[in-house]
Design a protein around this ligand. Sequence first.
Ligand code: HXC
Length: 262
Amino acid sequence: MPSPFRPDLFAGKVAFVAGGTSGINLGIAARFAELGAKVAILGRNPEKAQAAADGIGALALTADVRDFAATRAAMERVRNELGPMDFVVSGAAGNFLAPVLGMSANAFKAVVDIDLIGTFNVFRGCHDLLNLPGASLIAITAGQAVNAMALQAHACAAKAGINQLVRVLALEWGPEVRVNGISPGPIAGTEGMARLAPDASTQDKHFARIAAKRWGEIGEIAEAAVWLCSDAAAYVTGTIIDVDGGSQVGDASRVDLMKGLA
Ligand code: HXC
């Protein structure tokens, strides 16, 4: 589908994407660059970060978002080398399927640290490096924030925390900064899909629940991020946008179950 956004929409803008070395986050970074923004991406692995950055003409940065000082130093580089940041995306995440009784305290903490504490670190560390007023911050969250899911206690807790952090920051940092979240559904070709729906049978069960009757595409999450950072969303802050084909609304497979009854 052709994008409604003009090709120079983000000319002169500076964007920073934490976790931007693969998947949805790299898709967002690539789209911002395509629209003219100067982009920096942050990952844990220097070679992977450099290769991803080279592919989209971005600045590669290495840090673990669990480390506040290292994350802050990376964002200082962005400000010094590219300029004050207009857009900050916090998307670094960790996940695995495990029941609570199969999860050590450290396993739970690892995901909460990457997702929730990482998002706190990115947002807390960026404020005085932003181009104000008018900066837009986006956290990548998930439906687990609002719908409990077995084998996902760590992600449910972390993402719920992210949603509330988004809302609090929107209140504290408005009107200079807008803070929102994007909650992607099952997106084809991502590590999240591979981890959460690792086999055909699990994928079929997830698929049946989707109202849109298809997997999402990375580009569709990127377009939502572009919109949130555009002037068209100037009055949007403190909200979480589901870009998920209706996955969080309910279970669309009920439609098939009920066929013939009405
Ligand atoms: C139970 C597990 C486990 C598993 C790891 N652990 N995998 N426990 N079942 N499958 C435990 C370890 O034994 C350890 O506990 C603790 O978790 C930390 O593991 P480490 O490997 O030491 O930590 P670390 O190297 O920091 O790795 C973090 C990680 C890893 C989250 C465990 O998977 C990771 O780095 N992931 C990053 C990439 C990623 O997950 N991407 C997918 C994102 S998908 P002990 O007690 O032994 O020390 C996504 C979209 C989903 O987020 C949307 C829904 C939220």
